[in-house]
Design a protein around this ligand. Sequence first.
Ligand code: ATP
Length: 324
Amino acid sequence: MLRQPGMQHEFIVNSNGFSSKLCSSPDVTYKVVLKGVTSTMEKDILNGITGSVDPGEVLALMGPSGSGKTTLLSILGGRVREPTPGGSITYNDQPYSKFLKSRIGFVTQDDVLFPHLTVKETLTYAALLRLPRTLTKEEKEKRAMDVIYELGLERCQDTMIGGSFVRGVSGGERKRVCIGNEIIVNPSLLFLDEPTSGLDSTTALRIIDTLHDIAEAGKTVITTIHQPSSRLFLKFNKLILLGRGSLLYFGQASEAMVYFSSIGCTPLIAMNPAEFMLDLANGNVTDISVPSELEDKVQMDHSERDKKRKACSSSGARVSCGGL
Ligand SMILES: Nc1ncnc2c1ncn2[C@@H]1O[C@H](COP(=O)(O)OP(=O)(O)OP(=O)(O)O)[C@@H](O)[C@H]1O
């Protein structure tokens, strides 16, 4: 596996808000059994994933479609019990537990909001239903209002959520309501599956700024991300780049380009770092050539590999990579 020098072989998630820290020691793997009519086969979804994240940090899981981002996020969020993932994941040095479950917020890609409720009603109901009985009704309602201000939703607090048949809040506001639904219980760990998908780059940036504010309040934030702009990419503290279920990079997001350059992958034209890395993970042969040691981990089929070899033998490659 290619890793940054000095990297640990484990997945470590540290978080504030409960007594011990969370970490894992052998690489995380995940395979499923696919049962056909005549045969049964095993499919490796994730292989050798290593990483760590601390309170105050936002970790981005990036990779092409089907590379395993959602699967990894779900495993880290304790949402995959069967088949049991391989390796170990620890949270403040402890394995996943029922207590930890109450400290985790998970924002899924497909939200389940009631279209006819307003933003304020949605978050107030979430507070009334999810906050402990030890709090009074007034305290719960105040918590809902605090979240509305924290997420900058005060201007649309009386607007209906909306849906297919009812006009409601904007896409960015809707995502913030989903985040609000989870942070209302003050989780230590916040997981988000593609919180910026379908949003324009300015709105996406605002969502990531919100995640930073949450992290700066001492939370640990892990999010999958699809195709970030350069500005958005540089906002992440840490990055995991996946290619076909394998780890291509784990480390500081700001150092990813330096790392790829150190193994001989450098774009020859000015490129958004995220675009470059997704091209690399995709094995995009038009604009990028992939070092031989990475070939098995990126999403290239055989015809692409042949094309890549041809492209590299001509001088047309726009990204130079060593090891070829
Ligand atoms: N339980 C399962 N059984 C069979 N295949 C699975 C299972 N879970 C995930 N996969 C496969 O694992 C791969 C990774 O899926 P995953 O949803 O994690 O990808 P992703 O990177 O989040 O993709 P996208 O960006 O399109 O959402 C896909 O090929 C998917 O079909």
